[in-house]
Design a protein. Sequence first.
Length: 154
Amino acid sequence: MFEKDADEGGFEFTPPKTEDSDRVVSFNDDLAVTLKKMKAQYNKEKLIGIRDDKSQWCDLVFTGIRTQPVRASTIGAVFNKNYKAYDVKDARGTHILRHTHITMLVEAEVDLPVIMERVGHSDINITLEIYAHVTKKMQKKSDDKINEYFRQFI
């Protein structure tokens, strides 16, 4: 989807920037159940007139009051307000969620090719150098593995 400038008004569906940007992302059954519940709620809202069932946006997951997509700038502003309230440094907008997601995938020991495909990286170095931060949990797990290995020599 492409968000037009405010003075142009609205949104329009457009193809992704590159062919590689068009990908399928899997998710678990719990999220599928939640999305189905949301869809059922949206259908109820259409029946009672809260949602405009003729709107091209009425089936989107995240919409505003007028059943239009929520602007990226609005979401970013909410995140920035929370960063300020909680004194979070070096974070702006929602891109931090991408970093967090990728780091959590690495921490969960998801294979790098799977991560790369999921987030649309064609170069493994991008995934490793920019996004794959070593977390305390990863460091502890590595320490435990190293200690377990060296116990055989004691």
